[in-house]
Ligand binder design. Sequence first.
Ligand code: MLT
Length: 270
Amino acid sequence: MANQLSITTSGGNMLCVHAAGDGPILMLVHGFPLDHTMWNAQLDSLSCKYRVLAPDMRGFGASTSYEGDYSLADLADDLEYARHHLANDQQIFLCGLSMGGYVALEYCKRHGENLAGLILADTKPQCDDDPAKAAREAMAQRVVDVGAWEATRGMLPKLLSTRRPSGKDSATADVARMLRRAPPRSVANAQRAMARRADFVAELPGITVPTLVVVGEDDVICPPEATRAWAALLPNAICDVIEGAGHIPPMETPDLFNASIQRFVDQHVA
Ligand code: MLT
C-alpha cells in the first residue's frame, strides 16, 4: 500500500509523491498524459525490495496544476526536490517512461551525480521535428476546447500492444481512465514542454552512469530497432526488449518489466 506524500517545491507548488517499501531508492516517472497509477504494479511488487517513489508530474494526478509554461528541466528539478526531501539525499535509481524518459535525461544532465542508475523505458533522446511540434501545438489548443478524452483518445491504440487480447484487458481500461481524468490545461502545458525539449543524442556518449534501456517489442511510438540504435551510443548501457508489450510494459507485462528492473538494480546497488 503506497503512502501519498506531499512536498511544496521551490515555486510554492505542491508535488505529490506516492511511496512504498524500504531499501535502495527507485524513482519512477510517468509518461504523457498519465499519472503515478501507471506504476501501481511496481509500487506493489518492487516495494518488497526497494523504496519506490512515484511522483505525479506537474498538473497530473494529485500534483498542483501549474499555470504558465514550464520546461522539462523544471520537471527534472522537481524530481531533485523530491530526492532531496524524501530520499535523504541518497543516490537513486531513476526510471522514466516516454515523457518520463525525456525528464530523466534532463535529470541526468542537471543532477547526474545523484544517480546510482538510469532506466530509460520506451523513450527516445531525439527532440521533435517541425511536424511533431505542430501536432503538439494543435493538441494543446484543441484540448482546452474539447477536453482531455476527445483530444487524446486517438493515442490509445498506439499505446498498448495490438497483440493483447481485447476485452479482457485491464491495462486498456486503466490507461483510458488516466486519459479521461488528465486536466486539459496540464495536457496542453506538457505538450508545449515536450515540443521545446532538447535533443540528447550528442550527449549519449558522455552518459557513463549504468543505464538500462527497456522497450516493448511492439512499441510503435519508440520502436525497438530505433531504440537499440541510440542505446548503442551509451557507453554503459544494456537494452532489454520486453516480449508482448507495446509502449507501456510496466502496465502490460508487469512481471517481465519488474524482473528486468530488478536484475539491473540488484547488479548496481552499492
Ligand atoms: C508518452 O508516452 O509519454 C508520450 O508518447 C511522449 C510523447 O508524446 O512524445
